[in-house]
Design a protein around this ligand. Structure first.
Ligand code: SF4
Ligand code: SF4
Length: 292
């Protein structure tokens, strides 16, 4: 089983539209993982059934038992994150501000404070309208540690892909180059980078290529909206060539990307001309990865 991760450096490049189209073209031979857990939207296109769910806990939060609390104020004075509030003599912990350091628990003279595992999100294993398996997740509002949630999604997706004896695990990676995208690409056999010809697109592309360079993962490039700025498209092509990144395809600006999204369709369903380009691109990805 080979892992293919689609990343973008920056958001808004059409990454998820392209990944969902790959998912459709490879429906019989792949399991899909939506690792864009901060802004998961693959489910909007693939319409999963949310058949099974699992709570995901990460980090800790403090809880104050007011039956035991003597209102000495030690914890409130000691908390450097100002996470302990007092209202009408009742002490409570703000779940957003609490960093889970555990200091208040240690200094409370009457053991009124306990730490508990914080619910950070949920993972789901679903069957999609394309009849393939999608492993996806939802991060709780203001929850952190999305890198760990990405790793959990990938672990579940790898297990499913092996159980179902699929050839590919197709991963919709996270935008940016932080911890979640590092978690997305770790262990991948091939990375597809989707970019666009803008200054921020070029800047973030360079950072994404630098990141995957650390892991020595072979990669291919899709330049979406390639006709919007031919000068920067030229710079992107030159940079990719210098870095040994294969140019998989250039897709001129096409408003059907947005129209397809509005109708909750993949671009290969919506536009027959775009379909040809995406089919050629997917075949190029498969050829590259089958040779690894
Ligand atoms: S340190 Fe303990 S006893 Fe003192 S206010 Fe905080 S919870 Fe209450
Ligand atoms: S665990 Fe740390 S951050 Fe949270 S309330 Fe206690 S001292 Fe403050």
């Amino acid at each position: 089983m080979k892992e293919i991760v689609v990343i973008s450096g920056k958001g808004g490049t059409g990454k998820t539209s392209i990944t969902a189209s790959f998912a459709q073209l490879a429906a019989k031979e792949s399991v899909i993982a939506d690792c864009d857990v901060d802004a998961a939207d693959m489910h909007l296109l693939l319409k999963p059934d949310f058949a099974s769910e699992e709570a995901f806990y990460s980090g800790q939060l403090a809880h104050i038992d007011m039956e035991k609390c003597t209102r000495c104020f030690k914890c409130k004075k000691a908390c450097r994150f100002n996470a302990i509030h007092v209202d009408d003599g009742v002490f409570s912990v703000d779940e957003i501000d609490c960093e889970g350091c555990g200091y208040c628990e240690k200094i409370c003279p009457v053991q009124a404070i306990t730490m508990y595992d914080a619910l950070s999100g949920k993972t789901y294993i679903s069957s999609t309208r394309l009849k393939n398996t999608l492993v996806h997740a939802e991060l709780e509002i203001a929850a952190e540690n999305s890198g760990k949630l990405v790793t959990r999604v990938k672990t579940l997706a790898r297990k499913k892909a092996k159980e179902e004896e699929k050839e590919y695990l197709l991963i919709d990676g996270t935008p940016g180059i932080g911890c979640p995208v590092t978690a997305s690409v770790t262990g991948a056999h091939y990375v597809v980078i989707v970019t666009e010809p803008s200054m921020s697109g070029l800047h973030d592309l360079k950072r994404a290529i630098e990141l995957i360079g650390h892991f020595s993962i072979p990669a291919g490039l899709i330049i979406n909206k390639s006709d919007l700025n031919e000068e920067i498209t030229g710079e992107i092509k030159t940079y990719a060539e210098e870095q040994g990144i294969e140019l998989l395809s250039m897709i001129p600006y096409n408003e059907n990307f947005v129209k397809a999204l509005v109708q909750a369709k993949t671009i290969v369903e919506y536009d027959p001309v775009l379909k040809e380009t995406v089919v050629d691109t997917w075949n190029a990805v498969k050829k590259n990865i089958d040779g690894i």
